[in-house]
Design a protein around this ligand. Structure first.
Ligand SMILES: [Zn+2]
Length: 227
């Protein structure tokens, strides 16, 4: 990759680990998120490291009293190393899934081997669900929106953030499954220029979900996302 996008891609790719761990400032996070919207490579990489990041982020420091604390940036460094390893490997498509699983195991072993953290990883801590950023297309002028998906056992959750949803108007959200069914995921009231953060739940499982739409009171599509 060359040019401005290539430079940005290289630079932001190294921040994916810190992003997944929630270690970036608001401005850095917005930049990574904007890049993710347009870069399928980085989205795929984030999807790979998100589960490990979730485990690292779930560690309760109070459970470590008899264990030396790992350096605060250890998680981000491990994830950066994984990203570098992946970049060096050219994996034939058919073997990619197998290799990916092997890498995840290697990554966990690498964290454990980093010293003093074996007991830290194997302690039973509940995993927070991983976030999966998806590309969002704002159909209506003046609306801006981003979204993350959370795969639950009971269905997929859409975490929607946006501005420009008309003040006081009711918006409906539906998730489309792979049979083309549109399943309601809830409603919200627009708050105009203020930033809206809204969690919408649908009974469509993540594996079956292919898109979601936000429609206004007249049924017109305001925001659309396909994944
Ligand atoms: Zn990228």
């Amino acid at each position: 990759m060359t040019g401005a996008h290539g430079d940005e891609h290289r630079e932001l790719r190294e921040q994916l680990g810190a992003y997944a761990l929630g270690h970036l400032t608001g401005a850095e996070r917005d930049r990574v998120r904007a890049h993710l919207d347009g870069c399928a490579d980085c989205r795929a990489e984030l999807a790979d490291i998100a589960p490990l990041a979730a485990r690292l982020a779930a560690v309760d420091p109070r459970a470590l009293d008899e264990t030396p604390a790992p350096p605060p940036d250890l998680g981000a460094r491990v994830l950066t190393r994984i990203a570098e390893e992946r970049r060096r490997q050219v994996v034939p498509l058919r073997r990619a899934a197998v290799r990916r699983r092997a890498l995840s195991a290697a990554a966990v072993a690498g964290v454990a081997a980093a010293g003093g953290v074996v007991g830290w990883l194997v302690r039973p801590v509940p995993d927070p669900p991983p976030l999966e950023p998806v590309a969002v297309q704002a159909v209506e002028p003046g609306v801006r929106a981003t979204a993350d998906l959370v795969p639950h056992t009971w269905g997929v959750e859409v975490k929607l953030t946006g501005t420009g949803f008309a003040d006081g108007e009711v918006f409906r959200v539906a998730v489309t499954d792979d049979d083309g069914r549109e399943v309601p995921a809830g409603e919200f009231v627009g708050i105009g220029a203020a930033e809206l953060r809204c969690n919408l739940n649908s009974s469509v499982l993540r594996d079956d979900a292919v898109a979601f739409e936000v429609v206004d009171a007249s049924g017109a599509v305001v925001v659309r996302s396909e994944f």
